[in-house]
Design a protein around this ligand. Structure first.
Ligand code: PRE
Length: 361
């Protein structure tokens, strides 16, 4: 897939900034927000018109009437507008009202039938489309949605990282799992990726930290929910901020460039990267040696008919490594993930050894 720039007029060295209310509630609310954001470097004004809510009874969007308000945003505030579409009717209505950019929500991306319906409705239309990640951390499903839209002839595509649902204690509304975004960048370097910090955070106090983290990871921009009276918003009140708060955050965020031609920087980088390559190689050699030892243990276990998993030993290894890791500036999370992978690989090696036909004595 080859992608054209999402917004033709946007220079590549500047972030794509999307802001606006979670939902269009009233004409006044939409226009007040838009006026406050006009001329302030916002590229797209966002607003939900149809809202897929988790449970019935919540505000499900103002519907088609709100599209007229977005048209006024274009005329009065000079801002391009974007909204979420989830079916054929949404696409037709949005196109009829000259919405500039469409987006697919997480609950649509998760369902290939819905994505295909939107893709079919978009055949022959030249409009930029943003695709949010599916609710669950399914990389292929996200890529599948991009492919479906691309196959409909849309080439101005971007993705929105809005985090993933998670059952358990977390400070986020949707956990970021940055690795998935990193994987997407690796597979599609030209595909713009935008951080929806509002949906990742679900709260105001960490919006800036999350947006900055995304920019540090070379994201192409961010999308933030902005409302003139956030506490009284009809949807997602806890995560919305006022236009003034948004503009303050925008001022403080630092947009990182993907690279530079500064020779001194490049030389230093090359030197340090060389050292990293050497250490990586050393680590691989050490890991390979560790697996050979595990295989030898496997041979003894096979002869004595002993189970591979030795929980108390494994626990001892993990606890010691976490304590030592902390002293060396390595987080408990990292040491645990790393050692679990090593332990699993060790088990795999032992399984191979132990399930080989026994050599005759
Ligand atoms: O000590 C053992 O018995 C091993 O097999 C080695 C090892 C490891 O890789 O460290 C692997 C599996 C066990 O669960 C415990 C530890």
């Amino acid at each position: 897939m080859t992608f054209k720039p999402l917004l033709e007029e946007k220079p590549a060295n500047k972030p794509i900034i999307i802001a606006g209310p979670c939902s269009a509630e009233t004409e006044e609310q939409v226009l007040t927000t838009a006026r406050a954001l006009a001329g302030k470097g916002v590229d797209l004004f966002r607003s939900g018109i149809w809202k897929p809510r988790t449970r019935p009874g919540a505000f499900e969007g103002i519907g088609t009437e709100g599209l007229g308000w977005l048209r006024k945003v274009k005329e009065e505030a000079g801002l391009k507008v974007t909204t979420e579409v989830a079916n054929t009717q949404h696409v037709f209505e949005a196109l009829k009202h000259q919405i500039d950019v469409l987006w697919l929500g997480a609950r649509t991306t998760v369902n290939p039938f819905s994505v295909q319906e939107v893709a079919d409705a978009l055949k022959g239309v030249d409009i930029p489309v943003l695709i949010k990640n599916p609710i669950n951390p399914d990389f292929k499903l996200w890529v599948g949605a991009i492919e479906r839209i691309y196959k409909a002839g849309i080439t101005r595509i971007g993705v929105i990282h809005r985090g993933f649902s998670y059952h358990g204690e977390t400070k986020y509304r949707n956990v970021p799992r940055w690795q998935l975004a990193i994987d997407l960048k690796r597979e599609f370097p030209d595909l713009p990726i935008i951080c929806d910090n509002s949906h990742i955070c679900g709260r105001r106090d960490i919006l800036q930290t999350v947006a900055q983290k995304a920019l540090d990871l070379n994201f192409d921009g961010y999308m933030t929910e902005v409302h003139p009276d956030p506490d009284n918003a009809w949807s997602d009140a806890a995560q919305q901020i006022t236009p003034a708060q948004f503009l303050e955050m925008k001022e403080q965020l630092i947009f990182r460039q993907p690279t530079t031609d500064n020779m001194e920087f490049l030389e230093n980088l090359e030197h340090l990267r060389h050292e990293i390559d050497e250490l990586d190689e050393e680590m691989l050699n050490l890991l390979s040696n560790r697996m050979r030892l595990a295989e030898r243990i496997g041979e003894y276990k096979q002869r004595n008919n002993i189970a591979i998993l030795q929980s108390s030993r494994w626990n001892e290894i993990l606890e010691r490594a976490v304590t030592k890791g902390k002293l060396k500036g390595l987080s408990e999370e990292f040491v645990t993930v790393y050692l679990k992978a090593v332990h699993q690989e060790s088990i795999n090696h032992q399984e191979k050894v132990m399930n080989q036909p026994r050599a005759e004595a």
